[in-house]
Design a protein around this ligand. Sequence first.
Ligand SMILES: *Cc1c(COP(=O)(O)O)cnc(C)c1O
Ligand SMILES: [Zn+2]
Length: 425
Amino acid sequence: MSYASHLRCRECGRCYPLEPVHACEFCFGPLEVDYDYRAIGRAISRRRIESGPLTVWRYSDLLPADSEQAVDIGAGFTPLLPAQNLGEALGLCRLYIKNDCANPTWSFKDRVVTVASTKAREFGFDTLACASTGNLANAVAAHAARAGMKALVFIPADLEQGKVVGSAVYGPTLVAVKGSYDDANRLCSELTDRYPWAFVNINIRPYYAEGSKTLAYEVVEQLGWRAPDHCIVPMASGCLLTKVWKGIKELAWLGLVDWAHTRMSGAQAEGCSPIVQAWERHSFNVRPVRPNTIAKSLAVGNPADGYYALKVLADSGGSAVAVSDDEVVEGIKLLAETEGIFAETAGGVVIAGLRQLVAQGRIQPDELVVAFITGAGLKTQEAVLDRLVPCLVIEPHLASFEEAIAEHREAVAAGRQTNQGESHG
Ligand SMILES: *Cc1c(COP(=O)(O)O)cnc(C)c1O
Ligand SMILES: [Zn+2]
């Protein structure tokens, strides 16, 4: 049983029963799940959470679906790692990485889809669908397979191979739309009205979005029940950022953590930064853009939650940054070389964005900072492929190896001399 009580319009406050609907009939505002927090407050405790399963379902009291019937392939409870090496490189002494590469389909989207697919099955749907920039497609295809549901997944036709294969392997109907994510999403909105399918990010969106809160719950629990001073989160539609904030606030309302005035900052790639552009104009009015960036998982030109993300940035005292594609690749390399974590392009956006925020003085050196790494790098190999040192190719003999390694060392030494002052190699 879930403590979700109804859906509420974020604009006019009208309430709706818990059904597969996502927009207010009166003002077209987005609907959000509301809960019986009094009942939750009586039931929940740190201890109860700590004795739960090692998945997002340990927080089922704060999720809008029945955990007993969960479509569960093990999403959540990913590592929170102190990042001393990266912290030193960036000038931060209390930096943590929340590593959501460690999810079943290697991105944070498993969190939202385990909730959405559970709810869709509760509603009686037999088909799980989505419009996706790639990671959502992977998570929907995998959870549908587990649930015994049909899967129908729409992606832009120019997606990275790792994301295409990472969906196709689970056997969905995979539709490549010749256009952007925003084109695919618009098509799916039309299909939602016409067919009885559960589009996780359209008609099931209110439930889906709640899954993102689990990132906040985990970080707070893994820090020993304290809230970070500063979170830095990648933004596509802006949903994740708003839900991490909601998650921290809920724990504070429920008395599970002291209210710590966590500041929320968001990062985008310059080639698709409608939320950051609005932030820099001091406006809450997001103007849609045509995406052009290697950070394809974040390439949402018309972000559904852009307005709400801007509110969270402003209300929490955070900031927004955009980084170039070159900085994205440098961010991926820096995280990999300092902490042993191979993130996808969205992770590069976060690390490069963090570097900027520290340089601008928007994050202080002694703040407890959590950087959210939301997806794994093997899915976006294209981004780094031509920036890596090629391997030494040798014959299977000692002499061949020693010749090659000597040449290699000379080349590295020569490289050092030309890049004077740089410390890597
Ligand atoms: C979807 C996604 C996000 C953020 O998505 P929102 O639409 O802002 O919630 C961040 N990182 C990765 C890797 C993603 O796939
Ligand atoms: Zn309304």
